[in-house]
Design a protein around this ligand. Sequence first.
Ligand code: NAD
Length: 246
Amino acid sequence: MSINFDFSGRSVIVTGAAQGIGYAIANSFVEAGANVAVVDRDEDRLNEAWNHAGDKVLRLALDVADEAAVDAAVASVEAWRGGPDVVINNAGITRDVVVWKMTAEQWRAVLDVHLTGTFHFTKAAIPRMRAKGSGRIINVTSYTGMHGMVGQANYAAAKAGIIGFTKATAKEVARFGITVNAISPNASTAMVAAIPADKLKALTEQVPMGRFAEPSEMSSAFQFLSSDEAAYITGAVLPVDGGVAM
Ligand SMILES: NC(=O)c1ccc[n+]([C@@H]2O[C@H](COP(=O)([O-])OP(=O)(O)OC[C@H]3O[C@@H](n4cnc5c(N)ncnc54)[C@H](O)[C@@H]3O)[C@@H](O)[C@H]2O)c1
């Protein structure tokens, strides 16, 4: 399910692309003609998921929290097909526990992946996008970052931080033809499958559309904000969530 955008010749980085929403988005960009660098720290799953991909896909196994690895990855994408023209900061984890039982490791792990990983890829991409006079950065936030969720203080802080980061960065780079936006998704993935059944049932009932989406239903929004047609949209937070964030 995707609008027919043409990303031929464009170079796109998608983090967390071994499964779930990241895989679906990356796949939709490949179908739209882009050269896609698929990033994930789970090397086995990345190789399995993209085993049959052709020469339009570059696999990069790394941890988005590792600044040196991210810098090297963005340089390798530039050497491979130029750009990047589009960066989608999607990699994510959860370490759910109430805040008074949360270890510093559980706190740091979640902030490192979501917030610091988003910072690393954004920082590495901007000089290259500035040189081209255009670029699209899309960060992935969450309902939890806007409204909170029991057991997710670390994740809520990271996802709320991503909204502030998106807006500040959008203001800094708007004059260079670069847009920075955030999407708040809601889709059936491994992350959602890890939620206990009774809690998942309650969460599903809160969605006005009464269901979680398929990951592929996220793709058209990511493609739209990555397109030339979205050149005047920046600093926005777009919910693609069946209405749950209303
Ligand atoms: N599924 C939802 O309903 C939902 C709702 C709101 C926000 N989100 C966000 O959407 C994004 C994708 O979630 P998903 O549901 O597809 O999750 P998922 O668990 O299915 O996939 C996440 C991917 O990120 C990778 N990853 C994790 N840490 C990494 C790291 N340090 N470096 C590189 N890769 C790493 C994982 O290996 C995995 O392949 C996340 O940012 C998540 O917080 C999802």
